[in-house]
Write a protein that binds this ligand. Structure first.
Ligand code: FAD
Length: 683
């Protein structure tokens, strides 16, 4: 595409950032097209333009009560829905008609309302998707009614005393043959369903996980569609206790709640029965090899939530670095002499603190888009009859399970670093950074605690290694670890880099990561075996081989996968060569910055025996930061959201930081405390 064809992307205003923009070695609009295709950019602009002037999406300085925050979030969600960015018949429409589209419009909503996006993800991606993927046609009718009512549904898995350890959840669903109903019960407070988004004020329906009992036997956790409130009166049904979790440290527009069942009856047909069913006489039927497989298949279908979180954190990362880099290009502190002050972007220490996160933003944005696309394609394929994609599905699940920790943690660290990089002004709410911190924080915990997710990835890698020991090639249809088949050769390799140019290449990153993963896999397996021999328990052995071993292995594996996906993308045809050059700089910086954190293993395993590896990597990082300086502002221009969406006094595209700060500081104090009428009145 030539520059004239990119006129749908607005030009940037001239201002304080021109000094660096003029130094850029590429055109920012061309880079933007690598991050997002034109259709996606246009769709997001359409969403933002539609919401821009709506009162529900304005910025308010006043302090809202908890109830008012809930009202605002509910209004934002219904306003978004009323614009019909998503179809009304998502339950019956093919997934390909709306799921990719949701990932785009959802990204747009995310930036203008962190509460509304969480509410719709819980509704659509967790609750409704459970019904779509696990239920039958009659379930879909019920779910469709809930969706059309604009009352978002809830997803009830976590209990007060059990989150990650799902198998130990205590809510029961006991089949009563005489009435052909399941009877739901919460034995005590510890088993109360907890933290459920959309529960305490919004939902009419919830997807609930409970231990299925029939004919005196327990068959493990199964998903049920459960009516919560009368759709006409919105009054909760008898037999339920519903409480609000109270004020949280962020996302207070989301009504997270606690739910208890007291002999609460639902029809037999409300069991989401794709993998298992109970006949009217109470016989348990499944096409799975064991009830445990029913639950893992049920949960395995829900990776869409993780893909969504990966995208969300990747967008937040772009948001944070946009503000920090633009600010750094304008803010001046210190200089070689009394008359000359230099921008803080010129200081090596500042570059080293911020630029790796800029590189991470670029790499993870490309990765998030690509992996979500791959996941959705696989999901759609796997819903077709006679699909044979089990191994690919398992592998993508493994990748998403590790990518969610990587992206959410990187984002959280980046937000803090970017806040500090903006000094005191970064602490101002109007800078936009602090709000991100509290909102992103919980992403490391929900949709699966990060460390627990890494254990799932570690288990799969160890399984591959076990196979290799027995002469079975790795089962990696997505090619994320096929190189392990070559483990014998890889393990004897030594780094041969001589200078920083040698390490600033994808070849170096690929070889180093392949060695590191293979080495850590061998070490993790050896530790696991040692602990198993000592304890006789696989449970203890797995737990006691996490630190310095399997946990690191999973992190290193996903960094490698991210880099391979990124590199494949930037090698695609039709990318301008100046853009390719900066993409390589970003990718290499990200890769080396990640590797630098694992240096100790290269020494421990002797990979670095023939070269001064730590010096080479560190020098290469500093060199890349220096190279990136002239392009950094234009890279964020390509990643950035339009000003009215970014909504940050420090990060606007005109770079007029001090003018915007003054306007903020000098605002009429009376206006700051005024709660708008539409929020005071009940919805
Ligand atoms: C704002 C918010 C919204 C939420 N929304 C929903 C929702 O809509 N529906 C829903 O069902 N749930 C929801 N949740 C719950 C969320 O999914 C859980 O909090 C999450 O799965 C973690 O479970 P937990 O809190 O029980 O933590 P735990 O599992 O108790 O973990 C606590 C800590 O112990 C560590 N740990 C646990 N086991 C091990 C181990 N074997 N080895 C090493 N370390 C271990 C974990 O890494 C973690 O750091 C929400 C939570 C929040 C805060």
């Amino acid at each position: 595409m030539n520059i004239q064809d990119l006129s749908f992307i607005e030009d940037l205003p001239s201002g304080e950032l021109d000094f660096y923009r003029k130094q850029a070695t590429f055109h920012w609009k061309k880079l933007k097209l690598v991050f997002e295709d034109p259709e996606r950019i246009k769709t997001k602009l359409r969403v933002w333009k539609a919401l821009k002037n709506d009162q529900a999406f304005q910025t308010y300085d006043c302090e809202f009560t908890l109830e008012q925050q809930r009202r605002l979030a509910a209004l934002q969600l219904s306003t978004f829905r009323k614009h019909k960015f998503l179809p009304d018949n998502i339950q019956t429409a093919p997934l390909e008609d709306w799921l990719r589209h949701f990932m785009t419009v959802g990204q747009a909503l995310l930036i203008v309302s962190s509460d509304a996006i969480v509410k719709i993800v819980v509704d659509l991606i967790l609750a409704q998707m459970s019904v779509i993927l696990l239920g039958n046609e009659s379930h879909k009718e019920f779910a469709e009614a809930a969706w059309k009512s604009l009352k978002p549904s809830a997803f009830a898995l976590t209990e007060v005393a059990h989150g990650s350890d799902t198998k130990n959840m205590k809510t029961t669903a006991t089949y009563d043959e005489s009435t052909e109903e399941f009877v739901l019960n919460t034995p005590n407070f510890l088993a109360a369903k907890c933290w459920l988004g959309n529960l305490s004020a919004s939902c009419t329906m919830a997807v609930v996980f409970a231990q299925l009992h029939t004919k005196g036997l327990c068959y493990g956790l199964h998903a049920f569609m459960v009516p919560i409130r009368d759709p006409k009166t919105h009054v909760p049904y008898p037999g339920l206790t519903i409480k609000d979790c109270g004020k949280k440290v962020g996302l207070n527009g989301v009504d997270n709640g606690v739910l208890m069942f007291h002999n609460y009856r639902i029809p037999r047909s409300y069991l989401l029965n794709k993998y298992a069913n109970v006949t009217s006489q109470g016989e348990y039927l499944t096409n799975m090899s064991s009830p445990g497989r029913v639950f893992s298949s049920t949960i395995g279908n829900l990776s869409t939530g993780r893909a969504s979180v990966i995208q969300e954190s990747s967008e937040y990362l772009s948001y944070a670095v946009t503000i920090a880099v633009r600010y750094a290009a304008v803010r001046k502190q210190f200089g070689p002499d009394k008359e000359t002050e230099i921008a803080i972007i010129e200081h090596q220490l500042h570059q080293w603190r911020v630029f790796p996160y800029l590189a991470a933003a670029a790499v993870l944005k490309v990765f998030a888009t690509k992996i979500t696309e791959k996941y959705i394609t696989l999901l759609i394929e796997s819903t077709k009859p006679n699909s044979t994609l089990e191994s690919s599905k398992t592998e993508i699940h493994v990748v998403l399970s590790a990518a969610k920790p990587l992206t959410t943690w990187t984002c959280q660290d980046a937000i803090q670093q970017c806040r500090e990089a903006c000094g005191g002004h970064g602490f101002l709410e109007a800078s936009g950074i602090g709000t991100l911190r509290n909102t992103n924080d919980v992403r490391v915990t929900y949709e699966g605690d990060n460390n627990i997710l890494l254990q799932q990835t570690g288990r799969w890698l160890l399984k591959q290694w076990n196979g290799l020991k027995e002469g079975v090639p790795v089962d990696s249809p997505l090619n994320t670890c096929s190189f392990l088949n070559n483990h014998v050769v890889i393990l004897i390799q030594k780094c041969s880099a001589k200078n920083i140019q040698d390490v600033q290449t994808y070849k170096f990153l690929e070889e180093s990561y392949q060695w590191l993963i293979t080495y850590l896999l061998q070490e993790s397996d050896a530790k696991l075996m040692e602990m198993f021999e000592a304890s006789g328990s696989l449970f203890t052995a797995f737990n006691d081989s996490q630190v310095y071993k399997t946990n690191v292995l999973s992190k290193v594996y996903i960094e490698y996968v991210v880099l391979t996906v990124y590199w494949l993308r930037i090698q695609e045809k039709n990318i301008d060569e100046n853009v390719t050059r900066v993409l390589k700089t970003l990718g290499t910086l990200y890769g080396l910055w990640c590797l630098e954190k694992h240096l100790v293993y290269f020494y421990e395993g002797n990979f670095s025996a023939q070269c001064p590896l730590s010096k080479l990597i560190r020098d290469a990082i500093l060199d890349l930061c220096k190279t990136l300086k002239r392009d950094a502002v234009s890279v964020v221009d390509a990643l950035a959201f339009p000003d009215f969406v970014l909504n940050s006094v420090l990060g606007k595209s005109d770079g007029k930081v001090y003018e915007h700060l003054q306007a903020e500081f000098f605002k009429d104090p009376a206006k700051r405390s005024e709660v708008p009428e539409f929020i005071k009145s009940k919805l």
